[in-house]
Design a binder for this molecule. Sequence first.
Ligand SMILES: [Zn+2]
Length: 141
Amino acid sequence: MKCKSCGREIIRIRTMGRTAVCDAAPVTYWPVPDGTEPGAVLGLMTPNGQEVCGTLTGDLKNAIGIAYHPHTCYQRILVYRGRDSWSRPVYEEPDGGLLVDVDPREDRKPDICTKQGNAFDGEPCDPVEADFLFFPCRDTW
Ligand SMILES: [Zn+2]
């Protein structure tokens, strides 16, 4: 079946009383080695509906099996954290990376940049091109 929002192939997996929507392409996953940064650990869903953590690299002989990515419409989730010293809205990604909207006017598209040194009041650094999902909503001027 296809996702109604983005048109990509998805599958539904039954899990503990709910249905998880995942990307249709299965991936091979490996156990998470000690000392892995939290941002490199993926939450995946096995074909029989078990939520597992894994990474996508390793020796084929050590692979655990196949699993599916939760389908997020390829959006990156940004959680609102407040405004920096220039009154620009700051968002945090699940891996702890801070991003700033340098054009937060309501009638403009967000212009998202990383923060110098990942500091809350750091200068905007590199632009980030992606589809963003603002949680709970986008903060605008
Ligand atoms: Zn979608």
